[in-house]
Design a protein around this ligand. Structure first.
Ligand code: NAD
Length: 432
């Protein structure tokens, strides 16, 4: 099948590479020339485990191509996947649809046979109808269906998730579109459910899922606060809760708050849509407020640990919003660092993959270290903000020998209390 993908970001690129690996002819379109030039050479533009090898393989066998030209990409495509960003509007926080609408308007003029246009981007309910109108207005002769095809892959596991999806949700009433999408997802038909629903239900499923996960994280974070006061242990509580199959053991790790390019923006967008429809979604509202407050509270606690020290130095391990990715968009680490900087405290930080993206957000406000041990040089407190496995396995004795004061503030509960205390650290964790 001939597939065009608009947008080569965290969704578009792994999806394109995955589809090419299944044997489809894929052409990825992005308006950023520098990205396309790198991708053509087999250089990845974002970090995802296993992506680079798969990209190189499919460039070599000719299954994937990259272009900045919408015309070249759309010509003869059977399916067009829209995977452009839907960032929050700076004021209203609703999903900003300018990239999706621009892509739909631009692609419309090149439709020259029956084509399925599917939105992989997370889009507000009713977007399918809006895209339909835009395409018909631009190209009244176009023969097409607009389908909602929400993406559920997890950053850091995008390649694995592409080949092992939990479910594939397809929002359409068109039998013609269903036939084509059944064929596209045939390789997954045995191991994952193909769920055909109304387009508006499909658009809602994506927001409802992300909002639910955000609420679950917010819930366990509040429970961690309770454990700290009640002298209980959140890890024991999470384990006990997770053994109940109705609750499930995922998303029960407390931390510095949820972040990334999806949960914060999607909860805001869902909240906005609810208001538009005159519905109260009080749990989502509470999660949004609580999550914002949480990052400030964590920063306050970190500051309080070093406020008695003259010219304290804070060493940060972890900048990405979670382990396994270089993505720092809405990372709790960014906000916590900005809060600490308000007190004129020096910060040095390291992340295995996220430094380049963090530098774009933080500029030269903080120093960046070359490895996880040099952050500790003369530091007064070591703050863990991302749950990278490299940090979990670090040589704490080596870190301890470099620090001026031996304080650890671990927002991810990575270490064993006994080991850390034996090395003379004061160990501060979450929900303990
Ligand atoms: P991204 O910002 O990483 O990538 C978007 C890409 O689209 C950019 O490279 C941009 O240059 C390109 N683009 C924008 N407008 C274009 C146009 N008119 N023509 C060609 N290229 C254009 O975004 P992302 O993280 O991949 O997210 C994309 C969408 O998928 C969002 O709606 C997001 O909510 C959703 N989503 C993201 C994830 C995730 O893990 N990041 C998971 C599920 C769903």
């Amino acid at each position: 099948m001939q597939i065009a993908i608009i947008g080569t970001g965290y969704v578009g690129l792994p999806t394109g590479v995955g589809l090419a690996d299944l044997g489809h002819k894929v052409i990825c379109i992005d308006r950023e020339k520098s990205k396309i030039e790198k991708l053509r050479k087999g250089e990845i533009t974002l970090f995802e485990n296993g992506l680079e090898d798969l990209l190189k393989k499919n460039l070599q066998n000719g299954n994937i191509h990259f272009t900045t030209s919408m015309k070249e990409g759309i010509n003869n495509a059977d399916i067009v996947l829209i995977a452009v960003g839907t960032p929050p509007h700076p004021i209203t926080k609703e999903a900003d649809m300018k990239y999706v609408h621009a892509a739909a308007t631009e692609l419309a003029q090149y439709l020259n046979k029956y084509t399925v246009i599917a939105t992989k981007s997370t889009v507000p309910v009713g977007t399918g109808d809006a895209i339909e109108c835009l395409i018909t207005k631009t190209n009244p002769q176009a023969d097409f269906d607009v389908v909602s095809l929400p993406e559920f892959l997890r950053e850091g596991f995008a390649v694995y998730d592409f080949f092992n999806p939990d479910r594939i949700v397809i929002g359409t009433d068109s039998e013609r579109a269903k036939l084509l999408l059944r064929e596209l997802y045939q390789p997954f038909a045995e191991k994952s459910e193909l769920l055909f629903v109304k387009r508006r239900s499909s658009e809602t499923i994506k927001y409802a899922s992300n909002a639910f996960l955000a609420i679950k994280i917010h819930y366990i974070n509040e429970m961690a606060d309770f454990c700290e006061k009640a002298n209980a242990d959140i890890q024991e509580v999470s384990k006990g809760m997770g053994l109940d199959s109705r609750i499930g053991n995922k998303f029960l790790n407390p931390g510095p708050g949820y972040g990334g390019s999806c949960f914060p923006k999607d909860t805001h967008a869902m909240h906005f849509m609810a208001k538009q429809n005159g519905v109260d979604l009080t749990l989502i509202e509470a999660a949004i407020k609580g999550n914002e407050k949480r990052k400030q509270n964590i920063a306050k606690k970190i500051i309080s640990k070093v406020s008695h020290i003259k010219s304290p130095k804070v060493a940060v391990l972890g900048l990405a919003f979670k382990g396994g990715t270089d993505d720092c968009r809405e990372s709790p680490a960014m906000e916590i660092i900005f809060e600490i900087l308000k007190c004129n405290i020096d910060i040095i930080a390291f992340d295995p993959k996220g430094i380049k993206n963090a530098q774009e957000i933080l500029g030269d406000r903080i120093e960046f270290a070359d490895d996880m041990y040099s952050v500790a040089d003369n530091a007064d407190i070591l703050v863990i903000l991302t749950e990278w496995d490299d940090f979990r396995c670090c040589d704490l004795e080596r870190i301890s020998s470099k620090m001026r004061n031996k304080i650890i503030f671990d927002t991810r509960n990575l270490f064993d209390l006994e080991i850390v205390e034996k090395l003379g650290f004061s160990y501060n964790r979450i929900g303990k």
